[in-house]
Ligand binder design. Structure first.
Ligand code: ZN
Length: 151
């Protein structure tokens, strides 16, 4: 990536979540967990969840990867914690739609809140996988799959 790309992508929120990721670690006795891998970039993350009565009461992640994948996992866990599984799945859909909106169309950021900081990855198709990894891993964990790869 050129410096120009970096400037466009690495907004302050992303940098902050990369430097000080929220919900970093592992839940000792999770009800759900999954490991995600993005071979294109080398991002890896391990997600643990506590789901009670259809609500994600806790979400934590560990792993290593690029700034975007780490920031996305940090923001994702923040966004779904305290929300229902149904809401989390709807947020995943809205997020996925936003980051895959063609460049000549206006992305719908109304339903994603803070996650709108990732709308810039649309310009860099390879980075969409970095930004989406945490969400695909969440979906895998919720559906009972333990390992997912974005390829
Ligand atoms: Zn990455």
């Amino acid at each position: 990536m050129s410096d120009n790309d970096l400037r466009g992508l690495y907004q302050e929120v992303i940098l902050d979540h990369n430097r000080r990721p929220r919900n970093f670690g592992a839940i000792a006795s999770p009800t759900h967990h999954a490991d995600g891998h993005n071979p294109l970039c080398g991002d890896r993350l391990s997600l643990t969840l506590t789901v009670q009565d259809g609500v994600i009461t806790n979400a934590m992640f560990q792993g290593s990867g690029c700034a975007i994948s780490k920031a996305s996992a940090s923001l994702m866990t923040d966004a779904v914690k305290g929300h229902s599984v149904v809401d989390a799945e709807a947020l995943f859909e809205a997020f996925h739609k936003m980051v895959t909106t063609p460049m000549d169309e206006e992305p719908d950021e109304s339903a994603v809140g803070k996650l709108a900081v990732f709308s810039g990855v649309r310009e860099f198709p390879a980075r969409v996988k970095c930004a989406s990894l945490a969400w695909h891993t969440l979906k895998a964990a919720l559906s009972g799959a333990e390992i997912i790869s974005t390829e």
